[in-house]
Ligand binder design. Sequence first.
Ligand SMILES: [Zn+2]
Length: 142
Amino acid sequence: MTYISVKTRQLVAQRADFRCEYCLIHEKNTFFGCEIDHIVSKKHGGTNDLENLAYACLFCNRHKGTDVGSIHPTTGELIRFFNPRKDLWEKHFQLKDVTIEPLTDIGEITVRLFALNNQERLLERDALISAGVYPAPKPFKQ
Ligand SMILES: [Zn+2]
């Protein structure tokens, strides 16, 4: 754990419109809220610079851990995770009913490692869609 100031936390949250930048859930619709994620973890040389920070729900952040990517299951290639500071969500994922479908290798690795379509998350997303609060209305800013 590293110290991130209240001001920096607020900037990261506001930049993300208070939504998880990976699964798009709004923090007010989470039980545990959102956290500051190091896109490249400190373990791998990541810094506390705003360009290395993302807003992430507890589930996304716990599944990501200190990983920065994974091995593609068919090609064996090392693929990095989706980076909210460099990538557009819509280029790597699409929402189909309650499922977040990957459009790219980066999307596929991120969906799998972040467990974006686990049963509990699908049930939660289904309820949020039915309530009209998912996904949040504004697209992400870069
Ligand atoms: Zn999330």
